[in-house]
Design a protein around this ligand. Structure first.
Ligand SMILES: NC(=O)c1ccc[n+]([C@@H]2O[C@H](COP(=O)([O-])OP(=O)(O)OC[C@H]3O[C@@H](n4cnc5c(N)ncnc54)[C@H](OP(=O)(O)O)[C@@H]3O)[C@@H](O)[C@H]2O)c1
Length: 220
């Protein structure tokens, strides 16, 4: 496959690029300041606020082939909900026009709470302290944007509550719309294992539109 990764220089995007490259996929690395160097990775400078640039990058050119799938993994600090919603709509529009599958790496806040399906994680202080509530709410708005889109083939991957650089074990638990926790109540995964799940989902798409993943301890 040719996989476009928007947010190529980020914590998630860079690991998705490594994982996809290791499995022999061609990668289009999209961000405002993408890094080059790997012959199987084509860096393309794209601002996701520019719909034409996004469309052109996905469509292919003399220097690179068209994308078969696009992973959206962008964010701003501090969180900018309008940016996130606009970027998501831009990518969904561009992908829909070209029949490209979209995998959005979104937020844990869009999930249901374990044991309390009516309580969104975004409103659950156990997982979302007050200082990150706006980030969680933006992720929920991003999922709504996907649901409202007619025509795009998308899947929204909510990470667990904690997502950070770590070890690639190649193992993870896969769920749908409810936050996954380990036996000790922790909800986490390494960004490396999340990247494994992203590429697995692109290679073998499941039927669900909202999925999540979590750390799988050895022996589980
Ligand atoms: N527990 C959770 O729910 C959780 C935890 C962490 C992350 N996440 C989610 O995972 C996704 C990826 O997060 P991350 O931690 O990997 O982010 P990150 O490390 O902050 O990277 C953000 C990426 O977005 C790109 N970007 C920002 N503005 C852009 C623009 N205007 N045009 C093009 N690219 C732009 C940046 O590249 P340039 O600056 O080069 O443009 C960078 O590659 C986000 O949706 C985030 O909310 C969720």
């Amino acid at each position: 496959m040719t996989i476009a990764v928007l947010g190529a220089t980020g914590m998630v995007g860079s690991r998705v690029i490594t994982e996809a490259g290791a499995r022999g996929h061609r990668v289009l690395a999209l961000s405002r300041r993408p890094a080059g160097g790997d012959p199987d990775v084509t860096p393309i400078a794209v601002d996701v606020n520019d719909p034409r640039a996004v469309g052109e990058a996905l469509a292919g050119s003399a220097s690179h082939g068209a994308a078969d799938a696009v992973v959206l993994a962008v964010r701003t600090m501090p969180v900018d909900r309008d940016f996130l919603v606009g970027a998501t709509r831009t990518v969904l529009d561009a992908a829909a026009r070209r029949g490209i599958r979209v995998l959005v790496v979104g937020g844990a806040g869009a999930l249901r709470s374990p044991g309390d399906p009516d309580l969104p994680v975004a409103d659950n202080p156990v997982y979302v302290p007050a200082e990150v509530k706006a980030v969680a709410a933006a992720g929920t708005a991003q999922l709504r944007t996907c649901r409202a889109h007619t025509g795009a083939d998308w899947v929204y991957l909510s990470p667990p509550a904690r997502l950070e650089p770590g070890e690639r074990t190649g193992r993870y638990r896969r769920g749908t719309d409810t936050l996954l926790t380990t036996a000790d109540g922790q909800s986490w995964i390494s960004a490396e294992d999340l990247a494994v799940a992203v590429v697995d989902e692109l290679e073998t798409p499941g039927p669900e539109r909202h999925i999540t993943v979590g750390h799988r301890p050895p022996g589980d």
